[in-house]
Design a binder for this molecule. Structure first.
Ligand SMILES: [Zn+2]
Length: 365
């Protein structure tokens, strides 16, 4: 082993409990001169999930994903990868255990997220990956796009996608309108509590995929657990909250004027993403948008991946059974409902499964 690597190892050991940004920057600046050394330091990262109780939250995170959400009464959302201010994901594996994602982005920049991604998004990790489990309807809502978000001083809009991990019989969701309408008509429907007339309802089954661009009206229904991939943003305009009250007897705030201004009122022909769910051992594209590309991989054997053409990190998320990710210096198990972040500097990995496993592969182009 080279002296440089020995020194890095020593520093990493000393600060194993909590390597702060200063130390990381120091390592980066003074020791990591060559790409090969960065490759030996960076590795696929796993993160501590963050649990959120919601007025509409269910128990699947405990019963299906076997995660302990402690004293919370339910877990409506489990954030598994986040660069959201105040909810920055913390690494659980290897030398960087205890470190926050955005601090690692600050230090390793393009080597972690890709050069173009770093130029565009800077130190904030650009995607948020979560699992949503509703026992009753989420509010009918809409998110701004980048242009609208910037006008009101926010960084990003919010385009998102859902992959249905589990659906009860008759589970439903809302995506878009079932006919063209306009702002005045929709305002009238909101005032008369009649918006359900114009919402497009979809029956959902496991494996269904819905792409929800910013400005599209949407709501998740009961018994429909999804993996959500979205731009890093937490801006939601609630149009309608089913007239329910919270534990304190209060209605949650609505944002009708912002929503009316934000909504796209045009009906689309198809709201569900068409793809062949039965294709095995092949990478199947699901979504290609400026904010993320998502592929579906259904494996019953191992698959080697070469990411050298990509200038991006890659997220692999287990949406059914677990898989094992093997890379040059080690391997990590990724259970259902977990994900792993492969740094841009790592090009060759192998995904291994014990039995059938379904995986989402996410990156930025
Ligand atoms: Zn949403």
């Amino acid at each position: 082993m080279q002296t440089k690597e020995l020194l890095i190892g020593l520093v990493l050991q000393i600060y194993d409990a909590k390597i702060n940004t200063f130390i990381l920057t120091f390592i980066k600046k003074y020791y990591l001169c060559s790409k090969s050394t960065v490759m030996s330091v960076l590795y696929p990262l796993k993160f501590e999930p963050q649990y959120f109780e919601k007025i509409w939250g269910g128990q699947y995170v405990k019963t299906l994903l076997h995660k302990d959400f402690g004293k919370l009464l339910n877990c409506g959302e489990m954030w598994i990868l986040s660069g959201v201010e105040g909810h920055n994901s913390v690494v659980t594996n290897g030398n960087f255990a205890g470190d926050e994602l955005n601090d690692l982005v600050e230090v390793f920049m393009g080597d972690l997220v890709g050069d173009n991604v770093f130029d565009k998004y800077g130190e904030q990790f650009p995607l948020l990956v979560k699992i949503i489990d509703p026992i009753t309807w989420l509010s009918v809502q809409v998110h701004p796009d980048d242009e609208l978000a910037k006008k009101i001083g926010l960084e990003n809009g919010k385009t998102e996608m859902w992959y249905v991990m589990h659906a009860e019989h008759h589970a439903e969701l809302v995506s878009g309108f079932n006919r063209d309408i306009n702002k005045d008509e929709f305002r009238h429907l909101i005032e008369n509590k009649e918006i359900e007339k114009v919402l497009n309802y979809e029956h959902v089954h496991e494996g269904d995929v819905f792409f929800i661009p910013a400005r599209r009206i949407h709501a998740l229904g009961p018994g429909c657990m999804v993996a959500e991939i979205q731009q890093t943003s937490d801006t939601t305009y609630r149009v309608y909250d089913w007239d329910r009250i919270d534990q304190y007897g209060m209605y949650r705030e609505l944002h009708v004027e912002q929503a009316l201004y934000t909504l796209n009122y045009k009906k689309e022909d198809n709201y569900k993403t068409d793809y062949d769910k039965k294709i095995i051992d092949t990478t199947v594209p699901l979504v290609k948008c400026p904010y993320f590309y998502t592929n579906f991989i259904h494996l019953d054997a191992s698959m080697k991946k070469d990411y050298s053409e990509l200038d991006s990190f890659v997220i692999l998320m287990a949406v059914s059974e677990r898989f094992v990710l093997k890379y040059e210096n080690g391997e990590e198990v990724v259970n259902m409902g977990e994900c792993i972040l492969i740094p841009n500097v790592i090009n060759n990995v192998e995904i291994c499964v014990e039995k059938d496993a379904k995986i989402l592969e996410v990156y930025i182009v």
